[in-house]
Design a protein around this ligand. Structure first.
Ligand SMILES: Nc1ncnc2c1ncn2[C@@H]1O[C@H](COP(=O)(O)OS(=O)(=O)O)[C@@H](OP(=O)(O)O)[C@H]1O
Length: 526
């Protein structure tokens, strides 16, 4: 209102004049004040009352001022506490990431020591050499295995194998029971598609919660193990466990053992797949982990997080290659929306952006492409095996982990870290407890991974794992009081809209398919 009036004064003078004119009481008010003052002078009772009121007001004012001061003090104390906690967490996060990278590097280099000679460049400092060294290690299993499979197939060993244990094992490895049971080679609906909507929605929620629960706990435990100082005393420092390959190895052993126990306790469908087919997904799973750790050395953390958030698209493309699958436009669109939404959410989080020190190099991009290719192959290949051989998720878990145990133990033995790790276990029993709990989480996670892929396929599984990253950040926002930004909330909204669209479009497609099938049946009956 005041701004609309054409003002006669400008700048400082105007302000004073304006204030003067505003504070200048009108003449009637002036008179009223004068009258009141006179009344106050003449009426002692009123004067006393006025003084009392003045005192009260003063006291109240003082109290209020003190309260404001106290609140301000508390506020800044809380602020400082929150900031300190966030700083501590960021520091821990950075330390854990550095340790993980260092442990992976040491494992790849075959070193248990954290001391990498300064200035001295060895061939092992090149990732291509490390990759070749690794592949050579795995080749000691794959090359003889491949030659044996070729030979046994050539001589048609399945027709001549005797009843002995090893003969039958060799037959199972190379031929499975492909001829004894019908193997489905045509397209078939996933089990999650059969049954009613509420049934499959319930199953999906079950898989979602199981995966989130297992892998969120697993992530926290992994960070704890890599940063914990074992054997720490009051006057001396403890030692940290640094070999992540060994952790993966014991995870796989426990998953294998749990799988075998469940296999015997729960009735399973007849197993027809040749065992060697599990080795492909074990290999790709191990390679994807290797590329993921290696990538940390060449790309910034936000880049890696973004790449992981966009995993759904490569998984769909790999599905076209491995299973000749076709996808609807809405599936591509919603996959893009999920990747974009999760990406935006993650990129606005303090937990991700604080660690952007390292720049992304060409090698880093190659690592990320390697990670995504192997990772998307793993789940698609498992989905394809489920479709073709209809094994149970437990049979898949046992098969995959059997080969994973073999491959990781070969890597450990060749790199020389195995003995040190076993010695570490004997010296620090607490580490054994931590490692067993971590492995139990990992095994539970695997039960859910294979069950989800069996029931819903590789793409749904990858979407759930992508959402896991956003959940982890959201939990850290809740626990550590990090604020959510507006852009972050928009990202979450995009994800929700995409998920809703996906479910809606899938339901519609299912209804159309069922109607078409019913029409075909009725026309066939006529
Ligand atoms: N398809 C499939 N089969 C078996 N195991 C699998 C599969 N997908 C993911 N994993 C294991 O899950 C662990 C987390 O993997 P990621 O870090 O790639 O997960 S995420 O998608 O980025 O959230 C990680 O475990 P570790 O290897 O023990 O670290 C993966 O190996």
């Amino acid at each position: 209102m005041r701004l609309m009036v054409k003002l006669p004064f400008k700048g400082k003078n105007f302000k004073n004049k304006d204030r003067d004119s505003e504070s200048k009481p009108s003449s009637s008010l002036k008179e009223r004040v004068k009258r009141y003052r006179e009344k106050l002078k003449s009426d002692p009772k009123l004067k006393k009352k006025f003084e009392k009121l003045k005192q009260k007001l003063k006291a109240e004012n003082e109290l209020y001022r003190q309260k404001v001061k106290e609140l301000r003090k508390n506020n800044s104390k809380y602020d400082a506490e929150i900031k300190a906690k966030a700083r501590l967490r960021q520091k821990k996060h950075r330390k854990a990431a550095a340790l993980k990278t260092e442990a992976a590097e040491n494992a790849m280099l075959g070193k248990e020591s954290t001391m990498v000679e300064a200035g001295e460049i060895t061939p092992m400092d090149y990732w291509l050499v490390r990759l070749a060294f690794n592949l050579l290690g795995y080749a000691t299993i794959f090359v003889p295995g491949y030659m044996m499979i070729r030979y046994l197939r050539k001589i048609r060993y399945d027709e001549t194998a005797g009843p002995g244990f090893f003969q039958q094992l060799a037959k199972l490895c190379v031929f499975g029971k492909e001829n004894e049971h019908q193997v489905d080679t045509g397209s078939q609906a996933k089990k999650g598609d059969s049954g009613g909507f509420s049934e499959s929605a319930g199953l999906l929620v079950f898989c979602f919660l199981g995966l989130q629960g297992s892998y969120l706990t697993w992530g926290l435990l992994q960070e704890r193990i890599m940063t914990f100082e074992y054997g720490e005393t009051a006057n001396g420092q403890g030692e940290k466990f640094k070999n992540s390959t060994f952790l993966v190895f014991i995870n796989r052993i426990l998953a294998f053992m749990i799988g075998v126990i469940v296999l015997f306790l729960k009735q399973q469908p007849p197993h027809t797949a040749p065992l060697f087919k599990y080795s492909f997904s074990s290999f790709s799973n191990i390679m994807s982990s290797w590329f993921q750790y290696e990538a940390l050395k060449f790309v910034s953390f936000p880049t890696q997080v973004l790449a992981k958030a966009s995993k759904v698209i490569p998984v769909m493309l790999m599905g076209k290659v491995v299973s000749k699958r076709t996808y609807e436009y809405h599936e591509y669109l919603t996959a893009l929306m999920i990747s974009f939404g999760v990406g935006v959410f993650l990129m606005t989080s303090q937990d991700v952006t604080h660690d952007s020190g390292r720049t992304t190099t060409i090698s880093g991009v190659i690592m990320l492409v390697g990670y995504m290719s192997f990772d998307s192959f793993t789940s698609n290949w498992q989905g394809e095996l489920f479709r073709k051989y209809k094994m149970s998720s437990i049979q898949m878990m046992v098969g995959v982990n059997m080969f994973s145990c073999m491959l990781t133990s070969v890597a450990l033995i060749e790199q020389g870290g195995f003995v040190e790790c076993v010695a570490f276990m004997f010296t620090h029993p607490t580490f054994v407890v931590h490692a067993v709990i971590l492995s139990i989480c990992s095994a539970c996670g695997q039960l859910f991974i294979f069950y989800t892929i069996e029931k819903f396929g590789a793409v749904t599984f990858t979407i759930i794992m992508t959402l896991r990253q956003a959940f982890a950040i959201m939990l850290s926002c809740i626990f550590y009081g990090h604020p959510l930004t507006l852009l972050g909330i928009v990202g979450v909204l995009i994800v929700f809209i995409a998920l809703f669209l996906r479910i809606y479009a899938n339901q519609r497609a299912r209804a159309v398919k069922l109607a078409r099938e019913a029409a075909e049946r009725s026309s066939a009956n006529v």
